[in-house]
Design a protein around this ligand. Structure first.
Ligand code: PGA
Length: 246
């Protein structure tokens, strides 16, 4: 039985005043799911303090593969951990598109996350053109293989399927399409990491998850929750998504 996950990705949104949003989430205290919130790096430490003992896990949105060094503007996994983070999103399609991140780099970053004791949320997803060309499974399969290091376990890794064309667009795949991809990813995880680990690892869906569609998406087989962008910025919306994961 896999615990569901409601993960919020604030992307490049949120000043200190936005931390007030998490007060409403603290009240939910989901016993049957994990709530992860990934604010911009500037707010990680303050959000950890604000989250207190609520059980909300605070995460980063990226990390460098090195622990320290001459990498202006980058943040290491150890720094996120030092700030109190417990997780980090890696290989989000916006990082892959905006910064040219490759599967090999995401793989290195994932190893860095584990080194620092962070749970990695590794993202994969096809573009609209790739879906139209019937390449969805080949693309996400390749990304999963390349981005996920040997040694992945249900404790150190969560995989998020996020079709690029569904992110921030209000469009979502049909439930059958979500199920097809998640079944495929589950099969690949089992084939590579074995029955136990492959079946225990959580698989999230991301891309225009909203209070209105969260419950039906989370009910699809092999969907263990969601990675939520826009709808995680407002506590009332994210709270109903957390409830859908409960
Ligand atoms: P969205 O973003 O929920 O705003 O579509 C999801 C994501 O990019 O993680």
């Amino acid at each position: 039985m896999r615990r569901k996950v409601a993960a919020g990705n604030w992307k490049m949104n949120g000043l200190k005043e936005a931390l007030a949003e998490i007060e409403a989430l603290k009240a939910i205290n989901c016993k049957s799911c994990d709530v992860i919130l990934c604010p911009p790096a500037t707010l990680v430490s303050a959000m950890v303090t604000a989250a207190g003992d609520s059980g909300i896990i605070v995460g980063g949105q990226d990390c460098h593969w090195n622990e320290t060094g001459a990498h202006t503007g980058d943040v290491s996994a150890e720094m996120l951990s030092d700030a109190g983070a417990g997780a980090v999103i890696l290989g989000h399609s916006e990082r892959r598109a905006d910064h040219g991140e490759t599967d090999a780099e995401v793989n290195s970053k994932t190893q860095a996350a584990w080194r620092a004791g962070l749970q990695s949320i590794v993202c994969v997803g096809e573009t609209e053109m790739q879906r139209d060309d019937g390449e969805t499974l080949v693309i996400i399969g390749g990304q999963l293989d390349g981005s996920t290091p040997e040694g992945a376990t249900a404790e150190n890794t969560i995989v998020a399927y996020e079709p690029v064309w569904a992110i921030g667009t209000g469009r979502t795949p049909t439930l059958d399409e979500v199920g097809e991809v998640h079944d495929y990813l589950r099969g690949k995880l089992v084939a590579r990491f074995g029955e136990e680990i492959g079946n225990e690892m959580r698989l999230l869906y991301g891309g225009s998850v909203k209070p209105e569609n969260a419950a039906e998406i989370f009910a699809v087989s092999n969907v263990d929750g969601g990675l939520v962008g826009g709808a995680s910025l407002k506590a009332v919306d994210f709270a109903s998504i957390v409830k859908a994961a409960s």
